[in-house]
Design a protein. Structure first.
Length: 333
């Protein structure tokens, strides 16, 4: 009699075990599929929220570590997901197993999120626009290192790098200028614009755009000297700087050669030489670099919203300039 009772119980346990196995298998397959679908549709919002494009440009030199970290996150995701399924596979399931299983599941989802973010970062570093931004940032760091290295030769000098200056903030009359580098010595104040470009550049001071030719072909770039001059004029006028500001353009790239341009448009490697030339020119009244810096500091903004408004205004100004150029070059009669 007991043998007959054991047979139905054994059959029932087999069915339950088989069903539970199917459930666990489906769970293991469904979770990655659901997460991949979710991250696919949320890529845009997540990328914008984390500002991945800018971070990819900032971390461009660290891209070698993104891929191994990405696959480590994928491995940990699989390990935690399998462990979660293992915890739920016991019958009956105890409370402590449920807690451990949920903890592993949450950890697995976190690593899945990390995997996707790192995957998107790798993709961003391969985009031409991000590579261009990263090259520009590397050029700015190079010029900053040159400025900081030569400052001991200019006693009491001060410098600022990568600053946004906002005037009349939070009003309809708000406007702003961005300066890559500002160097203040006892003789001069310099606003230095850095550009990343390779090849031969015809840097005519009055040209709207500078022709560029290299082994990759021909092209053009915006007149960076006009940009530096505008920043110098605005800073001098709005902050009451005690002397005329000298605009410089330092170009960093491969086989850079500047022709038909003024001497304050220069190859970045020659920046220190040009600074010494200006410093040793005709005598000037001595400045107080610390006092000059105090005139500039109140107008510096670190607000991301202010930077976004600055970019919008700059793009609008560029569009207007292009439209004016088109109209001016038209032949009506």
């Amino acid at each position: 009699m007991s043998r007959q009772n054991n047979e139905p119980n054994s059959f029932l346990e087999t069915v339950v075990t088989y069903a539970l196995g199917l459930f666990i298998t489906g769970f293991l397959l469904a979770v990655p599929a659901v997460l991949l679908a979710m991250f696919y549709f949320l890529r845009g919002p997540i990328s914008r929220a984390l500002d991945l494009e800018r971070r990819a440009a900032s971390w461009f030199t660290m891209q070698w570590c993104f891929r191994p970290l990405k696959w480590l996150a994928a491995f940990l995701f699989v390990v935690l997901l399998v462990n979660a399924a293992h915890q739920f596979a016991f019958t009956p399931v105890r409370v402590d197993q449920i807690i451990v299983g949920l903890f592993c599941l949450c950890g697995g989802i976190a690593f899945a999120f990390l995997f996707n973010v790192l995957h998107w970062l790798v993709q961003c570093t391969e985009e031409p626009t991000v590579r261009k931004i990263a090259a520009g940032m590397a050029a700015e760091r190079y010029v900053q290192s040159l400025i900081e290295a030569c400052q001991p030769h200019f006693p009491g000098s001060r410098s600022l790098h990568g600053k946004l200056f906002v005037f009349n903030p939070h009003t309809p009359a708000e406007f702003s200028v961005e300066a890559d580098h500002i160097l203040m010595t006892e003789r001069n104040i310099y606003v230095i614009e850095t550009k990343c470009k390779s090849g031969t550049i015809s840097a005519g001071a009055d040209l709207a755009k500078w022709p560029v030719s290299s082994s990759y072909g021909t092209g053009e770039m915006q007149n960076a000297l006009k940009q530096a001059k505008n920043a110098a004029r605005v800073l001098q006028r709005q902050t009451g700087l005690p002397c005329e500001v000298i605009p410089l353009v330092a170009i960093k790239g491969n086989e850079v050669c500047i022709v038909d341009g003024p001497t304050n448009v220069l190859v970045a490697e020659h920046l220190v030489e040009v600074l010494h030339a200006f410093e040793n020119s005709k005598p000037r009244a001595l400045l107080d670099p610390t006092a000059v810096t105090s005139l500039l500091l109140p107008h510096i903004s670190e607000d991301k919203a202010a930077m976004k408004r600055h970019i919008v205004r700059a793009q609008a100004a560029r569009t207007r300039a292009q439209q004016t150029e088109i109209v001016g070059a038209a032949s009506i009669r």
